[in-house]
Design a protein around this ligand. Structure first.
Ligand code: HEC
Length: 323
């Protein structure tokens, strides 16, 4: 069933292409006279192709329904038809598709009626065929709208749920004992710390991103000097993805280091990993590693003692424009 449902987007190109091509063949087939048979054949060929493609698309679409999670929760009523929600879009798509199957059958019947050698394909075939083409294109258009809506809503809901650092109480009770179970609240509040870098610096150690470090005010001097950090110090690297050698608009992960009584503790938080970067985090669309997480092992090659070697700090800033 999976195999069959997957090619819906692919198969639906057949009926849509028919909707775009058929009108021209039907119009050309309206001229009575010798040699018109060739256009009959083109129209009939397109008609059969369109109907076959439509059948396959309807079947594959039907099988892909459960995976879409779009089947309306409420009873399907005609009032839903006018709505703007995804269920209404789906209903319109399905209705248009089903109507075009009926109309396609009628159009194909009209196109295949026996004609005399010199006759045109007939006005009935033209009218039904044109109506069918309109329906096919409309169905495809609704499907396109639906697919893109799917993509939009498929984004993980995490960004909206980024917690307000000062209000950990809104979280569900299970996290009450550990307010940072879902997100590193204190690291997310990094802008309350003292910035070390006035401009972002390019850090090859952290995926070539542009970073800025933020340190607890009481430890700022020690951090700048590369000395030992006092207990309770929090250092956060905010990051931006590189675009064309400069800091781009896309935010990258947060890196945090906290000096706890039990030793330094690293945190890596990337609430929404863009699809093209998931390779870096074993395919996940969200990464939140902290404490003893084994995925932090790679970080420990440079952060074995907690803070990285101050001599290795990045200094590569984008050139300033003075105009
Ligand atoms: C190749 C070595 C290297 C690796 C791997 C690395 N870092 Fe760093 N890290 C550094 C360096 C160097 C700095 C200093 C800032 C800079 O220049 O990038 C730093 C800075 C930091 C800081 C600010 C505190 C400090 O040590 O200066 C944090 C927090 C941090 N890294 C977290 C991480 C995390 C989390 C990972 C793993 C996802 C990681 N780092 C992987 C080298 C590394």
């Amino acid at each position: 069933m999976d195999w069959f449902a997957a090619p819906h987007a692919l198969l639906s190109h057949l009926p849509v292409a028919t909707g775009l091509l058929l009108p021209w063949a039907l119009l050309a087939a309206q001229r009575p006279g010798r040699g018109i048979r060739a256009w009959w054949t083109v129209s009939r060929y397109l008609g059969w192709l369109g109907l076959g493609g439509l059948l396959l698309s309807l079947l594959s679409g039907f099988f892909s329904l459960p995976g879409l999670g779009l089947v309306p929760a409420q009873r399907v009523s005609l009032r839903l038809l006018g709505g703007a929600g995804p269920e209404s879009l789906l209903l319109r798509h399905v209705l248009l598709g089903s109507c075009s199957l009926l109309l396609g059958g009628a159009a194909l019947w009209a196109m295949n009626r026996p004609r005399k050698e010199h006759q045109s394909l007939g006005l009935l075939a033209l009218v039904l065929g044109l109506l069918w083409s309109v329906l096919l294109v409309l169905t495809g258009d609704r499907g396109h709208g639906l697919a893109h809506l799917q993509k939009r809503t498929a984004a993980p809901p995490v960004p909206a749920a980024v917690p307000v650092p000062t209000a950990p109480t809104v979280r569900v009770p299970t996290t009450a004992r550990d307010p940072e179970a879902q997100a590193p609240l204190r690291a997310l509040d990094y802008a309350a710390l003292q910035p070390v870098h006035p401009d972002p610096v390019k850090s090859l150690a952290h995926g070539g991103r542009w970073i800025r470090a933020w340190v607890s005010p009481e430890a700022a001097a020690a951090y700048r000097a590369g000395g030992t950090l006092p207990l309770g110090t929090l250092v956060v690297l905010s990051s931006q993805e590189d675009r064309w050698g400069r800091p781009g608009p896309e935010v990258g992960p947060l890196y945090a280091l906290e000096i706890q009584a039990a030793g330094p503790s690293l945190t890596f938080y990337w609430p929404r990993v863009p699809a093209e970067r998931r390779r870096e985090v074993a395919g996940a669309d969200r990464a939140y590693w902290r404490g003893g997480d084994t995925q932090l092992e790679a970080c420990r090659t440079c952060h074995a003692a907690g803070p990285a070697d101050p001599a290795k700090r990045s200094r590569w800033r984008p050139a300033r424009r003075n105009d």
